[in-house]
Design a binder for this molecule. Structure first.
Ligand code: AMP
Ligand code: FE
Ligand code: FE
Ligand code: ZN
Length: 307
């Protein structure tokens, strides 16, 4: 599919549309290179089966899965853009930034990811030390849950999988409702860079930044305020992920209003983590083709658009 064909298929008069797109791309997907349970190949195959126009790989704090995703997209003739979900912080509010189509060789971004993954490892190991006092798991059991190599982003989902393997919980979601959840006594927050710094780093690397699930009340006691979002816009923010299962209707309306006021991109994605990862289905939320075309135009690297 060519970029022109992608750009051709818009259907909404007022931009951004105030209803979720019924066709398009899933721009929020995790694989075994972070905390997803399936490979980039599985992601691409399932996206084809579901009739998506394209897909984005967005593992946490890494680009390690990009090459596998490119190979799979070419094999299956499915358009692909490349991205990363970066865990960040804005004055105590946890903010997940989706960064698309940036130059993966940019030193500021690669240094950021290396230090984030290192800090995550220390933090996850500390949580396991605490949990191991009450549950039958060791650090090695957690490491055994990592499907890829040293550059996989390790976090609470891997602890959850070790607890499931030890028989302490029936599945990952149950472990998140218990020992690994953010309200458990074992919880330690992920060390996170400032969200405005992430926006600036992504911009410097030629990428496009979008706040993921900014209106999800289950993630934060206090959500990002309009003013905080406006500060990120001043830092170079490109868009808001409005179409995400975590954003309730009133938050979608608030985010859409901000997007209209500031001419931001409006995106959607499933936050797919594969079978046994989360219940989210690939393609359950989508980004329209025209918005994807804008991301591709703005980005520093080519999209994979197989003929
Ligand atoms: P961490 O970043 O280490 O604090 O772990 C939080 C991550 O767990 C988020 O990226 C979630 O997407 C992920 N996660 C994966 N599966 C689940 C689940 N079943 N319930 C809640 N969070 C999950
Ligand atoms: Fe995740
Ligand atoms: Fe997220
Ligand atoms: Zn995600």
């Amino acid at each position: 599919m060519t970029l022109a064909r992608i750009a051709d298929t818009s259907s909404c008069d007022t931009l951004p549309c105030d209803t979720p797109p019924s066709a398009g791309w899933d721009l929020h997907c995790h694989t075994v290179f972070s905390d997803g349970r399936q490979t980039p190949e599985d992601m691409v195959r399932e996206a084809c089966d579901r009739g998506l126009h394209g897909v984005a790989i967005t593992d946490h704090d890494t680009t390690t899965g990009w090459q596998d995703a490119v190979d799979a997209a070419e094999r299956h003739h499915l358009p692909l853009i490349r991205g990363t979900e970066v865990t960040a912080d804005a004055s105590g509010v946890s903010v997940h930034m989706l960064a698309y189509q940036y130059d993966p060789r940019n030193a500021r971004v690669t240094d950021l990811f290396v230090s984030l993954r290192k800090a995550r490892l220390t933090r996850t190991r500390r949580m396991v030390e605490l949990i191991a006092k009450d549950y039958p798991i060791t650090w090695d059991d957690v490491l055994a849950q990592i499907r890829e190599g040293d550059e996989t982003t390790v976090g609470r989902p891997h602890i959850a999988d070790a607890l499931v393997a030890a028989g302490a919980y029936p599945d990952r979601s149950a472990a998140f409702a218990g020992a690994v959840g953010s309200r458990s006594p074992y919880y330690i927050p992920t060390p996170s860079p400032d969200a405005a710094d992430v926006v600036r780093a992504v911009r410097q690397a030629g990428g496009v930044s979008v706040i993921a699930h900014a209106g999800d009340p289950s993630r934060n006691r206090t959500l990002l305020s309009d003013t905080q979002i406006e500060m990120l816009i001043d830092a170079g923010l490109d868009g808001l992920e409005v179409w995400h299962r975590g954003n309730p209707p009133e938050q979608r309306a608030r985010l859409l209003a901000i997007a209209r006021r500031h001419g931001l991109l409006v995106t959607g994605g499933s936050d797919w983590h594969g079978k046994g990862g989360k219940p989210n289905r690939l393609g359950e939320n989508l980004t329209d083709d025209q918005t994807v075309a804008r991301i591709i135009e703005r980005g520093a690297i080519p999209a994979i658009l197989p003929h």
